[in-house]
Ligand binder design. Structure first.
Ligand SMILES: NC(=O)c1ccc[n+]([C@@H]2O[C@H](COP(=O)([O-])OP(=O)(O)OC[C@H]3O[C@@H](n4cnc5c(N)ncnc54)[C@H](OP(=O)(O)O)[C@@H]3O)[C@@H](O)[C@H]2O)c1
Length: 278
């Protein structure tokens, strides 16, 4: 049986990738920050747990023993994303592993977003250790906005009219499971964008029609965001996200869905389908 080590397995993306792998009969070893997160990973089908500290690398060499492949993702807007990639890919290389998939982001070379540039640098570091590594570059997930929509209000600190090709996290996880378990994806980079171009205002309209109750939409002033959600963040994470909001104001985040369509062998899920499924 194939065994895959999933980094960050108790987080939003890691849970989806773990569930997609285990639904295909793959044995998942979940790398978690603390044993307290074990239940979260077991709940989506992980068979075993490795406690790993991505910031120091402790536990990594033990976690990679006996696995066939690694799915690597970094904690959100982490300042040392490149160092983390170096530690995880380095452990994989020392263990003689070649199948390695890195969870990057759509348009990692966009210089207006420092956390995107860190993903571009992390892709390079991974491939310095493992030239055959695969990189997935997902757009923003539909699921980021689902809870707010179900609560009746979408409030964002960027333009309500900017265009986005958001992607379904389940579709991303399905592609992750494919490239981790089937040959033919070595050394390749895949952009994973959703099938529609929608603004946040469009998304609220679609949700209003679908749910049969009004979903309000509003713009949050940056000062209010900084004094509200921004207070729980480090200064660097706050600045990274402010740069992202400015980039979203200018151009949104738009990619081409063709690669995702080809890899899935079907139409990617729409915003409405993601809402129905949640
Ligand atoms: N959200 C999107 O739309 C989107 C789109 C494209 C790409 N991405 C990328 O996807 C990646 C994952 O995002 P996410 O939303 O899934 O993140 P998340 O839910 O915050 O998951 C990150 C996981 O990493 C773990 N972690 C944090 N620090 C750690 C450490 N020092 N050692 C070991 N584990 C540690 C966390 O552990 P705990 O569970 O204990 O906190 C958590 O389980 C990010 O790099 C993001 O940029 C996101």
């Amino acid at each position: 049986m194939t065994t895959v080590l999933v980094i960050g397995a108790a987080g939003k993306t890691g849970r989806a990738v773990t569930a997609a792998l285990t639904s295909r009969g793959v044995d998942v070893r979940a790398a978690v920050r603390s044993a307290r997160r074990a239940e979260t990973a077991y709940a989506v089908g992980a068979r075993s747990i490795s406690v790993v500290d991505l910031e120091t690398g402790s536990g990594l060499d033990e976690a990679v023993v006996g696995v066939d492949a690694i799915y690597h993702l970094a904690p959100n807007v982490h300042p040392d994303e490149v160092g983390i990639a170096d530690r995880v890919a380095g452990a994989a290389a020392r263990a003689g592993l070649s199948r390695f998939v890195f969870h990057s982001v759509l348009h990692p070379d966009d210089a207006s977003m420092p956390h995107h540039l860190r993903k571009a640098a992390a892709e390079k570091v991974v491939r310095a250790h493992l030239p055959g590594a695969t990189a997935l570059r997902p757009a923003a997930y539909h699921q980021n906005l689902v809870d707010a929509v179900l609560a009746g209000r979408l409030s964002v600190p960027y333009s309500l009219d900017s265009p986005f090709t958001n992607v379904d996290l389940g579709d991303v996880a399905e592609v992750a499971a494919t490239v981790l378990t089937r040959p033919g994806h070595e050394g390749l980079t895949y952009e994973l964008a959703g099938p529609e171009v929608l603004s946040v205002r469009d998304q609220a309209h679609v949700a209003t029609d679908l749910l049969g109750r009004r979903v309000e939409v509003s713009h949050v002033a940056l000062d209010d965001w900084v004094a509200g959600p921004g207070t729980s963040l480090t200064a660097q994470a706050r600045d990274d996200l402010l740069a992202m909001f400015a980039a979203y104001d200018r151009a949104g985040l738009v990619g081409d869905p063709a690669t995702l369509r080809r890899l899935l062998g079907r139409e990617p899920r729409t915003w409405a389908q993601a809402l129905v499924a949640s």
